[in-house]
Design a protein around this ligand. Structure first.
Ligand code: HEM
Ligand SMILES: *[C@@H]1O[C@H](CO)[C@@H](O)[C@H](O)[C@H]1NC(C)=O
Ligand SMILES: *[C@@H]1O[C@H](CO)[C@@H](O)[C@H](O)[C@H]1NC(C)=O
Ligand SMILES: *[C@@H]1O[C@H](CO)[C@@H](O)[C@H](O)[C@H]1NC(C)=O
Length: 320
């Protein structure tokens, strides 16, 4: 209960432009006035040439925040001192994409204001901007900033915190709860599976009976995927067969029609509470768009670092 109350007031405070978790709206207004415009410009160009990169960036925000908090730990490259950073963990490698866009955005803001804008904030801004462009500007939210970048990044922490697509509903709820996110956040954020792609290996267990996937979709996917995908033979398919490049509430219509790839997607129908939420999101695009924006802001506040335990990296791929 206490946690719920804290989160509720946190989100309210953010809406009122006050601070929360050391974060504040317009954090760079004086420190680096054009920072947010520059990031949006870089992201807009990238998404325009490849919408899939926008999907990658939204997923990157999730994978960053669930491991060591929203601190850009997912961006760190391997080094002799740390040969196995997060980005080499199984949920991230080789599927996570969009790193070059974050590099480009960081280079552009460093040109304007060196050493001021954190990589962690750039991920949060870039995910917000990707959501804006991929939703045809329907999802348009402000996001507090002031995150610092972390120095710890361990591949073996990724499987501990990032839920795999094989999870059932209680496991999914548990992994969100550990990070202070509730069942509504789980349902609302799962809607991100209305864009982007998946490798066959993430759902190949659902292509042969018994499976509750729509049989026609399973047939199409069997023609696109090898029977036993492996690292060198693992094609990708679109997640949302209806509107693959639009961040919309089509995901929920797909869940209801069993047109989703993962067990974790289908699992949202396995309790009446979550099934009702799926049905509501399927019915009202506007309600889901608003909820998605709020949940993205909430997710972007997980275990945020401060000057006391973080830094402003010069390059997003290496600690200072
Ligand atoms: C609820 C638990 C979740 C599970 C089990 C899950 C699992 C997955 C898996 C297995 C993939 C495919 C990766 C691949 O094979 O290439 C994927 C893709 C994706 N996920 Fe999730 N995910 C979850 C939640 C989220 C959340 C909270 C977000 C963001 C708000 C998100 C955004 C995405 C996006 C945008 C893609 C497509 C990425 C691309 O095209 O590069 N997912 N997810
Ligand atoms: C994770 O990896 C680090 C460095 O490789 C190691 O020090 C740590 O003990 C590992 N933790 C677990 C839980 O395996
Ligand atoms: C979900 O999976 C866990 C771990 O395998 C299991 O203990 C639990 O009973 C499952 N829950 C449901 C509702 O199937
Ligand atoms: C992966 O699968 C393909 C065929 O699907 C096979 O030819 C190849 O040897 C496999 N590679 C490994 C590393 O198992």
């Amino acid at each position: 209960m206490a946690r719920v109350a804290i989160w509720t007031s946190c989100v309210l405070l953010m809406v009122m432009a006050a601070t929360c978790q050391g974060l504040s709206l317009g954090y760079y207004n004086r420190k680096c006035p054009h920072a947010e415009y520059v990031v949006r410009d870089v992201v807009g160009k990238a998404v325009n040439s490849n919408p899939g990169i926008g999907a990658g960036i939204i997923r990157m925000a999730f994978h960053d925040c669930f491991v060591q908090g929203c601190d850009a730990s997912v961006l760190l490259d391997p080094t002799p001192a740390n040969p196995q950073p997060e980005k080499l963990g199984p949920p991230n490698f080789p599927s996570l994409r969009g790193f070059e866009v974050i590099d480009d955005a960081k280079a552009a803001v460093e040109d304007l204001c060196p050493g001021v804008v954190s990589c962690a904030d750039i991920i949060a801004f870039a995910a917000r901007d990707a959501s804006f462009f991929l939703s045809n500007s329907k999802i348009d939210y402000k996001i507090p900033a002031g995150r610092f970048d972390g120095r710890v990044s361990l591949a073996n922490e990724t499987l501990a915190f990032l839920p795999p697509p094989s999870f059932n509903l209680s496991q999914l709820i548990g992994s969100f709860q550990v990070k202070g996110l509730d069942v509504d956040d789980l349902v609302v954020l799962s809607g991100a599976h209305t864009i982007g792609r998946s490798h066959c290996s993430s759902f190949s267990d659902r292509l042969s009976p018994p499976s509750d996937m729509d049989p026609a979709l399973a047939t199409v996917l069997r023609s696109q995927c090898p029977a036993n995908p492996n690292f060198t033979n693992d094609p990708t398919v679109v997640q949302d067969v209806v509107t693959p490049d639009t961040l919309d509430n089509q995901y929920y219509k797909n869940v209801l029609k069993k047109l989703v790839l993962f067990k974790s997607d289908a699992a949202l129908l396995s309790s009446s509470t979550t099934a009702t939420k799926v049905a509501k999101n399927a019915l009202s695009a506007l309600t889901w768009e608003r909820k998605f924006a709020r949940a993205m802001v909430k997710m972007a506040a997980i275990e945020v670092k401060t000057a006391a335990n973080g830094e402003i990296r010069k390059l997003c791929r290496v600690v200072n």
